[in-house]
Ligand binder design. Structure first.
Ligand SMILES: [Zn+2]
Length: 309
């Protein structure tokens, strides 16, 4: 089955500085791994720019303006916080990342494509409506979900997040919205400190914390026992994946011991629920993943399953 791959060279020009883990090299490594005959059947497209109207469904104008209108000059950097840095190219990269998420929704809602993957950066799941943080400027998954509702008339959106960090931004966007499900596995405790299992929103949120050192079996059990059954019962009309690969055993920012095969297994399970509930519609958005080999191999495994499914 054809899978749409959205990316843009502008996503390489968001440069948070030397030594920063969320480096342009991450995306280069990922795209190199897809530059093989096996992935020649991917349908490749350039990520468009999100519009302010599209971002405005999630973020107030003051936040959009703070990210876009006062751009650093060449060689300059502005620090939002200790981790979250704007460079000259950050505004366009962030607009392409959100734009890719929107284009992915458009593609799967057209019925011509069932699965789409946005290979973009900066990531999004830590960005709250009025606060960029954790390397994230706009909450791409939330922008995609609101676009699906506003433009394509979908009501029930399921967002799942297997990044090793809790997606505080995505949760904040939907904490009181029964029409959006948010399910996350993450190392606990860890940055950003949210994602306690007691945080259940209006019954639409499932958080599963994993202790440092948890292995692939524990990762799979969190999904098989807790999150996937809740997602299935929710009966989403679209599944959006916050695909961070920093639960990989090689990742330097966390201590979960998952492997490529675990991400492949979870991708397959999510595609099966999508088949059953929403005509296979899956939009996957790159979040974290900071070991270059772990990231590239895991993203390739994720896409391989989507292409075969
Ligand atoms: Zn992460």
């Amino acid at each position: 089955m054809s899978v749409l791959l959205l990316t843009h060279l502008a996503c390489l020009r968001h440069d948070p500085g030397p030594g920063h883990p969320e480096s342009p090299e991450r995306l280069r490594a990922l795209l190199r791994a897809l530059d093989t005959e096996e992935f020649a059947l991917l349908i490749r497209a350039e990520a468009p720019l999100a519009t302010r109207e599209q971002l405005g469904r999630v973020h107030p104008e003051a936040h959009i303006s703070a990210m876009l209108d006062d751009r650093p000059g060449e060689g300059e950097r502005f620090a939002v916080d200790a981790d979250t840095i704007l460079s000259e190219g950050s505004a366009e990269a962030a607009l392409r990342a959100a734009g890719a998420a929107i284009a992915a929704v458009d593609a799967v809602c057209s019925g011509e494509i069932r699965h789409a993957f946005a290979a973009t950066r900066p990531p999004g799941h830590h960005a709250e409506p009025v606060q960029a943080m954790g390397f994230c400027l706009f909450c791409n998954a939330a922008v995609a979900a609101r676009h699906a509702q506003a433009v394509h008339g979908l009501k029930r959106i399921g967002i799942v997040d297997f990044d090793v960090h809790h997606g505080n931004g995505t949760q904040a966007c939907f904490v009181d919205d029964p029409n959006v499900f948010y399910g996350s596995s993450h190392q606990w405790p860890l940055y950003p400190g949210t994602g306690a299992e007691s945080e259940t929103g209006v019954g639409n949120i499932v958080n599963v914390g994993l202790p440092p050192g948890a292995d692939g079996a524990a990762f799979r059990a969190a999904w098989a026992d807790r999150i996937l059954p809740a997602l299935d019962v929710f009966a989403p009309e679209l599944i959006i994946i916050s695909a961070g690969f920093d639960a990989h055993a090689r990742d330097p920012l966390a201590q979960i011991r998952a492997r490529e095969a675990d991400f492949a297994w979870l991708t397959q399970e999510l595609c099966l629920i999508a088949d059953r509930r929403c005509a296979g519609r899956v939009v996957s958005l790159l979040e974290g993943g900071y070991d270059l080999d772990g990231l590239a191999l895991s993203a390739a495994a994720h896409l391989r399953v989507m292409m075969q499914h």
